[in-house]
Design a binder for this molecule. Structure first.
Ligand code: SAM
Length: 250
């Protein structure tokens, strides 16, 4: 695969999670970011662990089809690894990451990877959607929207979540996170996130969920969403807040 000349936040996360699916340009960007902020591995492990608990909780409700937006690299505790009996369509807009994902999932008949702009579900190949998320629009599904809200402005995020709500069947779930103002104290690191990056206080995020109804767990720092096991001796900074929300069954 030709090496990209630009880093990707998704492949930087793969590096921080100890994965093998990134390039020197991603490692250089990850190291530069850590130079400006501090160690990142524990923070992204905590975010990936939230993905695991959120997705398992959705599967426990009987959901067996997942659509993942801004999916990044589908390894290191990603959706199809957490719920291997489910079918999963991963989507992203970054061509290098999509090719990586397609190569990783080449042997799978339960998980696929394709182009999908989260702000326009019409960009997803309908054949892939119906193959990997059977009954889309008619059966409850899980929508995974992690690491993405931070790159969408309020108007786009609100519209996108509302369109998703309209598209899924009642009984569907949304797993979502957003970035707190953790980086505000690290201007050099903040600048590295680019001009589209948005930090939000929880009170500003909750209304953007619109018709989606958060579970009783609420919108909380990801490490505190249905925590399992023994708490970390050194808690990670509250860089990400998350929630699982529902479109209630009719
Ligand atoms: C911070 S990474 C998160 C990756 C993964 N969800 C994770 O948590 O490890 C953000 C990802 O969103 C993708 N992305 C950015 N804008 C997007 C859009 N409008 N639709 C879909 N994906 C998008 C990027 O290409 C990147 O892979």
């Amino acid at each position: 695969m030709a090496e990209p000349d630009q880093p990707s936040t998704a492949r930087m996360i793969d590096f921080w999670l100890g994965g093998e699916h990134h390039f020197p340009v991603d490692v250089a960007a990850a190291r530069a970011f850590e130079g400006a902020y501090g160690p990142c591995a524990a923070i992204f492990r905590s975010l990936r662990d939230f993905l695991g608990r959120a997705v398992r909780s959705i599967a426990d409700e009987g959901v067996d089809g997942f659509l993942v937006f801004g999916a990044g690299v589908p390894t290191r505790g990603n959706v199809h690894e957490v719920v291997p009996d489910a079918t999963v369509l991963y989507t992203d807009v970054d061509p290098v990451t999509i090719r990586l994902g397609q190569r990783l999932l080449a042997g799978s008949d339960r998980a696929g990877y394709g182009f999908g702009d989260a702000t326009d579900i019409g960009t997803i190949d309908p054949a892939q959607l119906h193959r990997f998320v059977p009954g889309w629009g008619r059966r409850p599904v899980g929508v995974v929207f992690l690491g993405l809200a931070a790159f969408l402005d309020d108007a786009t995020l609100g519209r996108t979540l509302d369109e998703l709500y309209g598209a899924v069947a009642p009984g569907s779930f949304l797993a979502i996170d957003f970035d707190s103002d953790e980086l505000a104290a690290y201007p050099e690191a903040l600048a590295m996130m680019g001009p589209a990056f948005r930090m939000r206080p929880p009170a500003a995020f909750a209304p953007l969920l619109g018709r989606w109804q958060p579970t009783v767990d609420g919108v909380v720092p990801v490490a505190g969403w249905r925590p399992e096991g023994v708490p970390e001796p050194e808690p990670v900074p509250e860089a990400f807040y998350g929630a699982v929300a529902t479109k209630p069954a009719a």
